[in-house]
Design a protein around this ligand. Structure first.
Ligand code: C5P
Length: 233
C-alpha cells in the first residue's frame, strides 16, 4: 500500500557550540530543510539562536518538551509564539488541562505554531514504564496519551515509529506524527530502544522523522542526509 502521508526529514541539531552547529549546517547544504533545536542548544544559546537558524531559511522545530502547571506552560507557549518556530513539543503526561491551556495560548498568539505532545520517550522500554508504576504495555500507554492529547485539541504527537500503525489505525491521517528513534540499517542504536529505519517509518505513516547522531556522527553527513531523504521520499 502506498503511504498517503508525505514524510520529511528533521535534523536534530544536538551539538555543543553555535559554531559547531553552523558548520554542520553549512556542510549539510540543501539536504536539510527542517532543524530541531533541543534543550541543549536552546539552554546554551537561547532565542537568538532560534532566530539565527530561521534566518538561514530553515524551518524550526523547538523541542523543549514542556511539562509544568497549566499556567506556566501556557505563558511559555505565549513567549515562544513570538519566535519563528513551527513545531513545539510538550509532554502529554502533563495532563489534559495543561494541554488545553497550551493549545489556547497557541491559538491566541500564533498563526504558524503547531504543538506536538510527546507520548512515551523512545529511550524508554516497558521495564522503565513499569518502574514508573505504569502497568500498561508501551502501545497501550501511547494510545491512551495520544487520545487525551488529540481530545485536548493539540495538533500532533511524538512517538516511536513502532506505534505508528496503531496510531494511524485509531486516529487516521490527520494528526501530525513525528518520530525520533530512527536508525538507518547498520547504524548504532545509542541509548534509543524502540527504533525503525527511515523507509519503514515513512511507510508506516510518519509525517516527520527526526535524525540526530546517525547524521551528525557520520563520516559524510551530507551524503547520509541525502540517502535518508531518498529513502523516505
Ligand atoms: O541522535 P538521535 O537520532 O537519537 O536523536 C533523537 C532526537 O530526538 C534527540 O534530540 C531527542 O531529544 C529527540 N527525541 C527522542 N525521543 C522522543 C522525543 C524526542 O529521541 N520521544
Amino acid at each position: 500500500m502506498t503511504n498517503p502521508v508525505p514524510c520529511q526529514l528533521i535534523l536534530a541539531l544536538d551539538l555543543e557550540t553555535r559554531e559547531e552547529a553552523l558548520a554542520m549546517l553549512d556542510c549539510l547544504g540543501d539536504s536539510i530543510k527542517w532543524v530541531k533545536i533541543g534543550l541543549q542548544m536552546f539552554t546554551a544559546h537561547g532565542p537568538e539562536f532560534v532566530r539565527e537558524i530561521a534566518g538561514r531559511d530553515y524551518k524550526v522545530f523547538l523541542d523543549l518538551k514542556l511539562h509544568d502547571i497549566p499556567n506556566t506552560v501556557s505563558k511559555t507557549v505565549k513567549s515562544i509564539a513570538t519566535l519563528p518556530v513551527e513545531l513545539l513539543t510538550l509532554h502529554a503526561s502533563g495532563g489534559s488541562e495543561m494541554l488545553q491551556w497550551a493549545n489556547q495560548a497557541r491559538s491566541d498568539y500564533s498563526a504558524q505554531l503547531n504543538l506536538l505532545a510527546v507520548t512515551v520517550l523512545t529511550s524508554m522500554n516497558e521495564a522503565q514504564l513499569h518502574s514508573l508504576n505504569v502497568q500498561k504495555t508501551t502501545e497501550e500507554q501511547v494510545l491512551h496519551l495520544a487520545d487525551m492529547t488529540l481530545r485536548s485539541g493539540i495538533q500532533g504527537l511524538v512517538c516511536s515509529s513502532l506505534e505508528l500503525a496503531p496510531l494511524r489505525d485509531r486516529f487516521g491521517h490527520n494528526p501530525i506524527i513525528v518520530t525520533p528513534g530512527i536508525r538507518p540499517t547498520g547504524s548504532f542504536k545509542d541509548e534509543q530502544k524502540r527504533v525503525m529505519t527511515p523507509a519503514a517509518a515513512a511507510a508506516a505513516g510518519s509525517n516527520f522523522i527526526v535524525v540526530g547522531r546517525p547524521i551528525l556522527k557520520s563520516d559524510n553527513p551530507a551524503a547520509t542526509a541525502r540517502a535518508i531523504r531518498l529513502e523516505i521520499e
